[in-house]
Design a protein around this ligand. Sequence first.
Ligand SMILES: Cc1ncc(COP(=O)(O)O)c(C=O)c1O
Length: 379
Amino acid sequence: MSYMPSHGTDGTDGLHIDMRHCPSPPILKGRIEDVEFGTMFTPNMFMMRYHKGEWKEARVEPVTEIRLHPGATVLHYAQEVFEGLKAFRQTSGDIVLFRPEMNARRINESAKRLSMPSIPEPLFLEAVRRLVEVERNNVPPAPGCLYIRPTLIGVTPLVKVSPANEFLFYILTLVTGPYFKGTSGRDAGAVNVFVAQSVTRASRGGMGAVKAGANYSGTLEITAKAFKAGCAQVLFLDARDETRIEEMGGMNVCFVADGALVTPPLSGTILPGITRDSLMTIARGLGIPAREEPLDIVAIIEGLESGRVTEAMACGTAAVVTGIKSFQFEDGRVVNVPGPTPGPVSTRLFDAIRAIQYGDCPDENGWIRTICRGETATD
Ligand SMILES: Cc1ncc(COP(=O)(O)O)c(C=O)c1O
């Protein structure tokens, strides 16, 4: 399905997007597998400003530093929310997005929670579309993609705990390969996960269900500890009883128990992942039962040891589906996931979602949005 403007004359809720971008020839020189995730920015960005109650000055332009008053609310009170989605170059050459409306909706949920203005959904989608079109030569073929990072910040100078009334919304794009080094898709690799016992990520009534930068800064110290211990992600438990599995620092978590895909429910303390939601649908379509249910860490560990739980996987836009090979607790205990990692269900799910994203199977759920038709990268 392609985009059809739904508001205004150009799909932007009436706001004109000024195209002041520079040319964007391919910037990837080596192998996509060698690109460190989050480092290879493309030359252009989308930017607009919220002032006196409205969005204005929407433009696509070369990436530039942004000038902020040092008292801006984003710098003092972390008034910032963001999104993460990807553009894929399909086997046919088409450049597509995967369920971008979900990101448009989620950034507005996040914005509301932090008292920031919403971005009209057609405008969000059109901004992403225009930028990706400009950066189309930088969308690598599989297993690469273009990672898209929409970001909303409060910029009013205000050293007082009170919402801003001026905001910036911008979108960056990055040439991207696998999130975890050494896991280049279905055959290659699985990761170790560090189980946080001293730190939690979100509590009831907090911000766990939205994508606010502040949720992530509180995980950096334990993430550094996890890296030192040879782990690639941190698994967080619930803040009240510290017994229920929630999610990881940058992705959701699923297990295979008695042949079914199981994942914690959306309790308000975890991010409603678009990949998580998609995998549940895909699993059911493949005849794999899929359930959301509270997962007790002790029961899951016992299940891994007894063989009732056969697989564990990280799932998210960045990680796609990445097998987990062990859980390492802060107190030093290590529990290995039995069998090959990634396991057979993880691999089937990975293959299925990738096939949809890269256009290697029919898009039966109507998740793909085409940005440009059948070109191959050119200088
Ligand atoms: C904390 C957290 N949980 C889950 C996810 C997975 O969400 P999605 O599948 O929409 O990328 C992400 C990634 O954005 C995340 O940062």
